[in-house]
Design a protein around this ligand. Structure first.
Ligand code: GLP
Length: 266
């Protein structure tokens, strides 16, 4: 796992965008695994501004709420269309169909899409409880696409996008951990203090199904890109003088070259 701690969300967004563009320009045919939520919004904004050629890029999204039609403003299909798909010339785009009542068939359909489209890069956010996509704690690491019952913490966290908490769907189709782990590369982004505990558990805790993101410790090519607030509980950050605020810091948020070069006298 390569961990990069950057100053803020803006820098994180810029770096993540360039990393994704690097993958897009590396091959003639590319499959990108995409995420929703607030974390990737800045990245999609850069896509809209720069309009890179994506005519060779197929996208496969992580998840979709069950029961929301594609034209519902809070469906992930609507989010992706609005943020990205209406603005760029992707070769093909895929999301689970939240309105397919045959759940078994929908999961099989999505697994078949994943089997045909090996993910070159999977972009991930992380839930405050450590979920990735909608794989909630405790998740079976061997599952592929399945229906997940959302836990109350996720329903509460995602209620900020809805008029009321009662409108948040309680189930979702989600790519499973097994499929996420089959991506060649993974880029996980997180910013803000509310993600700090999940980031600490993911990076420094044990690999356990009660912290779904911890499985990423076992993937051979994962980049974790976090801002200082999301990284604030990591031991390595607390004890460093590059933005750290722990007792070992020569001065809080000292970003001088001398400090980061180890010139703090410790
Ligand atoms: C949702 C999505 C996840 C996302 C998470 C965090 O639950 N299913 O894919 O990572 O929210 O969202 P945000 O980036 O808004 O904090």
């Amino acid at each position: 796992m390569s961990l990069y701690v950057v100053a803020d969300r803006e820098e994180l967004t810029r770096l993540a965008y360039h990393m994704i563009i690097g993958v897009i320009s590396s091959k003639e045919e590319v499959t990108l695994g995409l995420a929703t939520g607030s974390s990737p919004e800045g990245i999609y904004e850069l896509f809209r501004q720069n309009k890179p050629d994506v005519s060779h890029v197929t996208t496969v999204n992580l998840d979709e709420y069950i029961g929301l039609p594609a034209d519902h403003e809070q469906s992930y299909a609507y989010y992706m269309k609005n943020q990205l798909f209406d603005h760029l010339n992707f070769k093909a785009t895929h999301l689970p169909d939240g309105m397919n009542p045959d759940q078994e068939a929908e999961c099989a359909r999505y697994d078949a899409i994943l089997a045909e489209n090996v993910l070159d890069l999977q972009l991930l956010g992380i839930g405050t409880n450590g979920h990735i996509a909608f794989n909630e704690p405790v998740t079976d690491f061997e599952l592929t696409t399945h229906v997940e019952k959302l836990v109350q913490e996720t329903i509460d966290a995602n209620s900020r996008f809805f008029d009321s908490v009662d409108e948040v769907p309680t189930t979702a189709y989600t790519m499973g951990i097994k499929s996420i782990m089959e991506a060649k590369k993974i880029l996980l982004i997180a910013s803000g203090p509310e993600k700090a505990e999940a980031i600490k558990a993911m990076v420094e805790g044990p690999v356990t199904e009660s912290m779904p993101a911890s499985i990423l410790q076992r993937h051979p090519d994962v980049t974790v890109l976090v801002d200082q607030e999301a990284a604030s509980l990591l031991e390595a950050v607390k004890n460093s003088c590059c933005g750290g605020t722990g007792d070992n810091c020569c001065s809080d948020n000292d970003n001088s070259d001398g400090c980061c070069g180890g010139g703090c006298g410790h």
